[in-house]
Design a protein. Structure first.
Ligand SMILES: C=C(O[C@@H]1C=C(C(=O)O)C=C[C@H]1O)C(=O)O
Length: 379
């Protein structure tokens, strides 16, 4: 590079540094304003997450961006990232407490990750929370005494047994809830062990979410809804969206959404391991989509094998869903073995037609993800 070029670049880069510093100051200012909004909302008991405000704000900024010859998608990406920060900061002020005369909450399995998250959210909302874990059963009576709600969040394999053995003498005013990722059997167990209000919940997220804003919690009603309605409102205040479901339908969906999916990720990892694939090497040749896929598979093996065994082994019926997948794999492999390119294309088109408008929608969504995977690359 010539000296002139170096000088020119240096000067421009100094300007860029200064603009970035101004951005930083603006960010600080925005964070402070959002914190003030958080304070006002907290006092009024309003959830921080305000989708309508977000939609109208984004529409206006996009319009203004276009007029300034800035890409509307750029401002939308930046604002969405900032809004995520807004939800995370909400934990600093806490949440409105919907039910003020509940008595304390007992979380059976409160030391587990999901139990811990719910304990934290409830505490931030002003509830007194006690945890009951496997070594605490001797003190159970004292822990349960005066509880207004008991939430069960223990491994799926022991959930029903625990409910049937240990939760048979709660007072009928006490709410009994669970967070298990299957719903029909735990709900039956709760309804038969307890006379009072019962509700089944399935948080559709892992314990590592920073905030519940926009996350989904599935609700399967048991009995006495009017007595636990406040809990649903409370979860809404945390920002989550509640989706009501029939327990049986929910469990059927989980055979595909969880069992089959996690199982195929497990086999994908197993296959890489048996092939002794060199991950470093694969990453060097990876396209963003491959990296994203590897991230999805690899993250499984950073977590507890018990958790995934629990999810995959939870329902006998998942075996059918996984077996069907294996059959389809074998049939598709036959196309390949026969060199039946036309057959492959026919099947492809049939699936594409079945996906319908979802296919282009998923393409758009994944494009944004792939771009951020690429952004994260260094060097
Ligand atoms: C700050 C607010 O709360 C949330 C955060 C927003 C933001 O960061 O701009 C916008 C809407 C809300 O989801 C607000 O309602 O204005």
């Amino acid at each position: 590079m010539s000296e002139k070029t170096t000088k020119e670049l240096e000067k421009l880069r100094e300007h860029i540094d200064s603009v970035d510093q101004q951005l930083l100051h603006l960010l600080r200012k925005r964070l402070d304003l959002v914190a003030q909004v958080g304070g006002v909302k907290h006092a009024a008991g309003v959830p921080i997450y305000a989708p309508q405000r977000e939609a109208s704000m984004l529409a206006k900024r996009r319009e203004e961006a276009a007029k300034m010859n800035v890409s509307p998608q750029l401002i939308e990406d930046i604002l969405r990232r900032l809004m995520r920060e807004s939800y995370l900061n909400e934990k600093d002020v806490g949440f409105k407490q919907v039910k003020t005369d509940l008595g304390h909450v007992v979380i059976v399995g409160g030391q587990g990750k999901l139990g811990g998250l719910f304990a934290q959210m409830l505490s931030l909302s002003g509830y007194q929370v006690k945890s009951l874990d496997k070594d605490d059963w001797q003190q159970a009576e004292a822990i349960f005494d005066g509880a207004g709600m008991v939430i069960v969040t223990v491994p799926i394999s022991i959930t029903c047994e625990l409910i049937r053995d240990k939760l048979t003498s709660l007072p009928s005013s006490c709410i009994l809830a669970d967070l298990t990722s299957i719903k029909e059997k735990p709900l039956d167990a709760m309804l038969s062990s307890h006379r009072g209000p019962v509700v089944g919940l399935h948080p559709m997220f892992g314990p590592d979410v920073g905030s519940l804003a926009k996350q989904v919690v599935v609700v399967c009603h048991g009995r006495g809804r009017e007595q636990y309605e406040w809990l649903l409102e409370q979860i809404g205040i945390w920002g989550a969206r509640l989706v009501e479901a029939d327990a049986q339908q929910h469990d059927k969906a989980m055979q595909l959404v969880q069992a089959m999916r996690h199982f195929s990720s497990f086999v994908y990892g197993l296959n890489l391991y048996r092939e002794a694939a060199d991950i470093d090497n694969l990453l060097q040749f990876s396209s963003p989509i491959y990296r994203l896929e590897l991230a999805m598979v690899g993250r499984l093996f950073a977590q507890s094998p018990e958790l995934y065994a629990d999810i995959i082994f939870a329902q006998q019926e998942s075996l059918t869903a996984i077996g069907d997948y294996l059959d389809n794999y074998a049939q598709a492999l036959e196309l390949l073995k026969r060199g039946d390119r036309q057959g492959f294309i026919r099947e492809f088109e049939a699936v594409a037609a079945w996906f319908g408008d979802f296919a282009p929608q998923f393409q758009r969504e994944s494009r944004a993800m792939l771009q951020s995977v690429n952004d994260m690359k260094t060097g």
